[in-house]
Design a protein around this ligand. Sequence first.
Ligand code: PBG
Length: 324
Amino acid sequence: MSYPRDRLRRLRGSGTLRRMVCETKLSRDDLILPLFIVEGRGVREPVASMPGVHRWSVDQVVDECKRVADLGVPAVILFGIPSDKDARGSGADAENGIVQRAVRTIKEGSPDLCVMTDVCLCEYTDHGHCGIVEDESVLNDPSVERLALTALSHARAGADLVAPSDMMDGRVGAIRTTLDEHGFGELPIMSYAAKYASAFYGPFRDAAASTPQFGDRRAYQMDPPNRREALREMRADLEEGADILMVKPALAYLDIVSDARAAFEVPIAAYHVSGEYSMIRAAAERGWIDGERAMQEALICIKRAGADLVLTYAAADLAQRLDA
Ligand code: PBG
């Protein structure tokens, strides 16, 4: 009998060996936790479609952020859910808007936590689109102006990084210019650079009450079949001044994460979005899969594909279980 000389199983025989030859490590340092902030006091309201995720009022999220920081999660990203919405999304750049108050209060309680803000209009507009609407179409340039002012108001509130998620053309450049002109030249931008019009955002829109009232987001977010176009989107954002490029969603788009890693030197982030999270949690609740293992596998595979940072609703749970 002739045996192969090369036996790949030799290095899989024990946990110790597997640990030694492990090519990808998931660390607490890689994690960014998304948080939903609502009006009111004493609110810690579970999101039905996202088991383990809550909507927090400002007074409550402060303690949650301290807990998360103590677990070693370096960063959170805030999504504001205002009680009043209008056509232009006035709440988005209000000095005392929901996110602006949350940033100020969280930074007081957890000065070392990196507090990022999602910059978009969809949670603040009554029509639920990510920009200014005229005749049922989303206007690019007027939307960009509003987004730049929104980013500036987050900066003034003390955000450590702004993350535009709207997918208007030219918004990163406009935000960079506005920040620079107002003394925030050092504030980094993480752009949702390759963001697809995905069905996996369903639970988020529930949580954020941001489902478009008419139409969908396909006229501004990317079309899922397109791969080369993602490189153009990311290159454009980089040239406009993005410091970190994000791919979203993550699991169904690992080829895009891998392309991004190969093409650019900046840190790459990937967003394991609400639908990707809830699918695992829902199947686990039914006893169909081991939810903890599946979650960890999903996130490490996102890193293996080339992401440096992973936005995940499981960040705090995971930080409790990771070694370092
Ligand atoms: C806002 C925004 C969305 C998500 C992040 N920022 C929703 C959307 O584009 O409809 C989705 C996040 C998730 O599903 O977890 N534009």
